[in-house]
Ligand binder design. Sequence first.
Ligand SMILES: Cc1cc2nc3c(=O)[nH]c(=O)nc-3n(C[C@H](O)[C@H](O)[C@H](O)COP(=O)(O)OP(=O)(O)OC[C@H]3O[C@@H](n4cnc5c(N)ncnc54)[C@H](O)[C@@H]3O)c2cc1C
Length: 404
Amino acid sequence: MSEGWKDIDLANPTEEHAMLRKMVRDFVREEVEPQALEHDREEKFNLDLFRKLGEYGLLGISVSEDYGGSGMDATAVAIVNEELSYSDPGFCLAYLAHAQLMVNNLAHNGNEEQKSRILPKVCSGEWVGCMAMSEPGYGTDVLGMQTTATQNDDGDWLINGQKMWITNGSIDEQGTPADVCWLYARTGTDSKGRAEVTTFLVEKGMQGYSVGQKIYDKTGMRASNTAELVFDDCLVPAANIVGEVGDSMIHMMRNLELERIGLAAMGLGIARRSLAAMNRYASERVAFGKEIREFGQIQRHIGESWAEYRAMRAYIYDTARNTDLEKSGNRLDTDGVKLYGTTAAKNIADRAIQVLGGYGYVGEYTVERLWRDAKLLEIGGGTLESHQKNITRDLSKNPNAIED
Ligand SMILES: Cc1cc2nc3c(=O)[nH]c(=O)nc-3n(C[C@H](O)[C@H](O)[C@H](O)COP(=O)(O)OP(=O)(O)OC[C@H]3O[C@@H](n4cnc5c(N)ncnc54)[C@H](O)[C@@H]3O)c2cc1C
């Protein structure tokens, strides 16, 4: 039998991964945790703290070092998201929208001019990025999108439409749009009669690009900004098309896999923090003359949470290990980890509230915030229903995935 295979820790497979985890964990303890409660209460995005992530090399975690990134892989992305979400999933969502939805997409699909001009700015934190796919009337049904782009006689593009629910769409309370927006727009109809979708890099200052409204009163993820974006005869030079006209499906498929691992890893951070909180409290709290961990019903909450936490950890890091950032091909499991890991996170946070009783229901004890944040993970980046649909479709094409 091959030597050493039992030594692999899927969550920290190399020394570099373990060092990254330690660095992020220290940063989270010192800088993220102290501000998390306040930014959730005030529904405020911490832009200064976000820019600091650039100093640590995290904003370009999966970007080649040639463009100012850290040149790491999907496992590293999962590690950062897990550690940030242990403390502040809302802040992590803003990070994910930038580093995974926009920056990673550009790094793997942009041309040389776009990469050398934009990547150093988004890797350092000088620029904040967002990704705009969803619209007021079209979310899961993405190819129904109504935002259009038409080319004028000069070769430039005029974009018209609205995008909805865009994380980092506005970077402040004054409605300043993201410095760069990775935008999907309809440019025609393909040979099968479906929307032909093209990717554009829209930059702050381009005519007709603005924030429609910042969306307030979200259930959770309140430390991230969510906005509606408006494109009103927005003028984008031809040089800002990514790839060829109609290439967006390739961009979406490649990048959604990383996004789903990233969102599932956020759930893992929520699960670990919630489990730690309920485990600690079950020893501290006494009722009827006993620590509450002596009660069978509390044991069920803790026991089930431990098993689910361990299962999601193994599945997420195994899927990250098998995911190649350069190409798509792991939809089955990236949908799988998001389907399983997000609901598991929500349920573990829910049990933590239950174990903490009344204390679990107030902000100071953190778990109610984690529960509110966890709910978004079942919606954003693909709803649970879309994952069920994709998994069932993929298994019909490849039933051997079950037996192999
Ligand atoms: C806080 C937050 C941040 C977000 N950030 C971004 C972002 O940065 N960029 C971005 O582009 N989008 C973002 N989104 C949008 C998010 O991706 C969408 O909300 C999500 O894809 C669902 O789309 P929808 O809200 O239009 O719901 P719909 O697609 O209308 O779905 C409504 C319900 O119908 C179900 N449904 C739809 N179609 C089917 C079907 N074929 N079979 C079975 N059930 C179906 C859905 O699963 C859901 O339960 C964000 C959303 C939120 C809330």
